[in-house]
Write a protein that binds this ligand. Sequence first.
Ligand SMILES: Cc1cc2nc3c(=O)[nH]c(=O)nc-3n(C[C@H](O)[C@H](O)[C@H](O)COP(=O)(O)OP(=O)(O)OC[C@H]3O[C@@H](n4cnc5c(N)ncnc54)[C@H](O)[C@@H]3O)c2cc1C
Length: 390
Amino acid sequence: MHTQVGIVGGGPSGLLLARLLGLAGIATVVLERRTPQYLRARVRAGLLEQATVDLLTAAGVGERLARERLTHDGVEIAFDGRRHRIDLKGLTGQTVSVYGQAEIQKDLMAAHEAAGSNVVYEAEDVSLHGLTTDRPRLRYHQAGAAQEISCDFIAGCDGFHGVSRQAIPQEVIRIYERTYPFAWLGILSDTLPVNHELIYCNHERGFALCTMRSLTRSRYYLQVSADEDVADWPDERFWSELKRRIPADAARMLETGLSLEKSLAQLRSFVAEPMRHGRLFLAGDAAHIVPPTGAKGLNLAAADVRFLSEALIAYYQVGRTDLLDGYSPRCLARVWKAQRFSWWMTALTHRFPEASAFERRAQAAELSYLIASRAAQTALAENYVGLPIA
Ligand SMILES: Cc1cc2nc3c(=O)[nH]c(=O)nc-3n(C[C@H](O)[C@H](O)[C@H](O)COP(=O)(O)OP(=O)(O)OC[C@H]3O[C@@H](n4cnc5c(N)ncnc54)[C@H](O)[C@@H]3O)c2cc1C
């Protein structure tokens, strides 16, 4: 079997790319190792830049998003028990949208189903071959039977733990990485969000984040040590720790309830360069990971997919190869700016166990500078809403 673009991974990157290429008449096959049920239930990102909303809309999956998203004009930073609002819209003219990644996944899956796209779920043992030839191949097993697809190009959209990045020889890929000495423990509950906008809390017991997925579904996170066990966090312990870390007026308003989901996410900054090897192009978490503090992961994945779809469409429609050649540097310029911002937001809001007294005082000074300076707030706001697409 032959296809034009073989796509490894049916998460947001892979399905969005397949959708944009499909609308341009380019044939794709998506290989995804999980079941549709698993993908629909996976709880992850929730905050979208306007450029991501626009791309999803261009891909024909913006209808429910437009109806159900929550639009946020601002965000709060809390420290020393007080809340300070950053007016995103006033400072940049732009807003951000809250719409769960699981909903985007469902919308993309439904669109592919309706279009009759070739998405193979439960594809096992996917492997990549002949990447530096003009006929790269994908091999996999489906229901025990070996399969092979030859492709013009392969898009590696299989996330951080996928096989695509591993298929690039070590001598041609450079890894930049930082791990953090803590993780995020997240809880999802059908309770009223404590505030209509997000609250990032810097507290001596550790960072906390109040966010949401809808007007009636809340998402809260606590900074915990990297080796924490979720089983040690029954709901009551989570809620009581959250109340201690958020400002008293918010704690009084906090509605608690049964957790629908509870999970631990390690914090990591990671970039693999370049994002292309021969006819393989990496996109999304397969090439880079940011700590979730800046809410940039899914937005960066969407920007990669935009650049890759533009390059592939230009190749198939008018024979251009310059956009394919420029893909990796174009993505990486954006990726590094988002890396810097995510790392900075993490440093600003978290308590680092190994921080010296000097570093703690410098962090406090940075927070007090931020809330007093319009210039500092503008710098935060323009990164938070998303830098212009270049
Ligand atoms: C707690 C948390 C909060 C977050 N909050 C935000 C936020 O608010 N805003 C934001 O922008 N980002 C956020 N992110 C990041 C965001 O979830 C990711 O950046 C996003 O999922 C990347 O999409 P992707 O398609 O590139 O990768 P993934 O979502 O990881 O998808 C990869 C797909 O490939 C499949 N796959 C893997 N290996 C193989 C294989 N060998 N063969 C076939 N298929 C394979 C996987 O099953 C998966 O479906 C958050 C992440 C976490 C963990």
